[in-house]
Design a protein around this ligand. Structure first.
Ligand SMILES: CCCCCCC/C=C/C(=O)SCCNC(=O)CCNC(=O)[C@H](O)C(C)(C)COP(=O)(O)OP(=O)(O)OC[C@H]1O[C@@H](n2cnc3c(N)ncnc32)[C@H](O)[C@@H]1OP(=O)(O)O
Length: 300
């Protein structure tokens, strides 16, 4: 069921290069990796595929906080498509190479002081990321090794399973309301599917960022582990899910996710227009600028 890039209306996303060119410049020189391991890397994401297990690990490496810029999202979708089309790959672990942060969510700079055309292009890329990950045939596990607000939390929620490192400093949740913005319906639907309606309603209205134990308690993350056990645990979970026949697991996943996915696909253009109209408002631009100021002040 994954939605093909090539089926997208022409020119909507990925203006950069043909599939054959993706990541070639940054490919690892032969001999540096074990024979059963293939790697490709662009600027912001590193992917390593272990062909013996059929499991790829995708590491976000866009310091300081892995914010989801248009470039990041484009790389993310290209990497996903490459893996989806690779018969050697059946499972995917998503994690961060940046200390203490999984992803800080959408890059706020992409939503401030830009043109309406830019907002539309950016939002289409956010949608594309979600559509690809939500409809992936691969087993997807988020190995959350740092804070993960808003869009970062959405990536984790979109996976099949979430494991988070126990650390009193890490937080996770859909905190959009705290920024004076509103999580769109498909963020909300993905969240409700994980935690249930009541918990989601309270958490979304208050824009809560949950501690790790709290996130575990409400079902936002499935498991909590010490940092040193994360990789091992994620590999064990993927192996457990991959032990089932692919067709049965994939059809079940597709059945469970169909209604939410179809709803989004049916309202995709309307959702882009809503975003552009909302984000272009002076009052929203002011809220986002104040939030960025607050983030900077917090440091000093
Ligand atoms: C119909 C309308 C629909 C609208 C829907 C819109 C949906 C939006 C979804 C989103 O994802 S909005 C983004 C929400 N994200 C956040 O609120 C996270 C903000 N960041 C943090 O809380 C923290 O940065 C952190 C992730 C907990 C990490 O903390 P740490 O102390 O390690 O780093 P900082 O010093 O705070 O940040 C370093 C550096 O990075 C900048 N930055 C942080 N987050 C973002 C971001 N999301 N976008 C852009 N830039 C970000 C931060 O300002 C610092 O910059 P400098 O001061 O170093 O220049």
């Amino acid at each position: 069921m994954p939605v093909s890039l090539y089926a997208s209306p022409p020119g909507v996303l990925f203006p950069r290069g043909s599939p054959q060119e993706w990541g070639q410049a940054a490919r690892q020189p032969p001999g540096l990796l074990p024979a059963q391991c293939r790697a490709f890397s662009n600027n912001k994401i590193l992917v390593e595929l272990d062909t013996s297990s059929g499991v790829a690990t995708m590491k976000f490496k866009s310091p300081p906080v892995n914010s989801l810029s248009l470039d990041f999202l484009t790389e993310f979708c290209i990497s996903l498509e490459k893996l989806e089309n690779d018969r050697a790959c059946r499972g995917l672990i998503i994690t961060s190479a940046v200390p203490r942060v999984f992803s800080s969510g959408l890059d706020i700079n992409e939503m401030c002081g830009k043109s309406r055309e830019h907002y539309a292009e950016f939002w289409r890329a956010v949608q594309e990321m979600w559509i690809r990950l939500y409809s992936s045939n691969m087993v997807t596990v988020a190995a959350i090794n740092g804070s993960s607000p808003a869009g970062g939390c959405l990536i984790a929620l979109t996976c099949d399973y979430r494991i988070m490192v126990e650390n009193p400093k890490y937080i996770i949740g859909l905190n959009e309301a705290q920024l004076g913005i509103v999580a769109p319906f498909w963020f909300k639907d993905t969240f409700v599917k994980a935690v249930g309606h009541r918990v989601a309603e309270r958490s979304l209205q208050l824009g809560l960022l949950h501690s790790v134990p709290e996130a575990h308690r409400i079902g936002l993350v499935d498991e909590v582990v010490p940092e040193e056990k994360l990789q091992e645990k994620a590999a064990a979970v993927v192996a457990q899910w991959l032990a089932l026949p692919d067709h049965a697991r994939q059809l079940t996943k597709s059945m469970m996710r169909k209604a939410v996915l179809d709803h989004m696909l049916a309202h995709r253009e309307e959702d882009i227009q809503n975003f552009v109209n909302f984000i272009s408002k002076d009052s929203i631009q002011k809220s986002l600028s104040m939030y960025m100021e607050m983030l900077k002040k917090k440091k000093s």
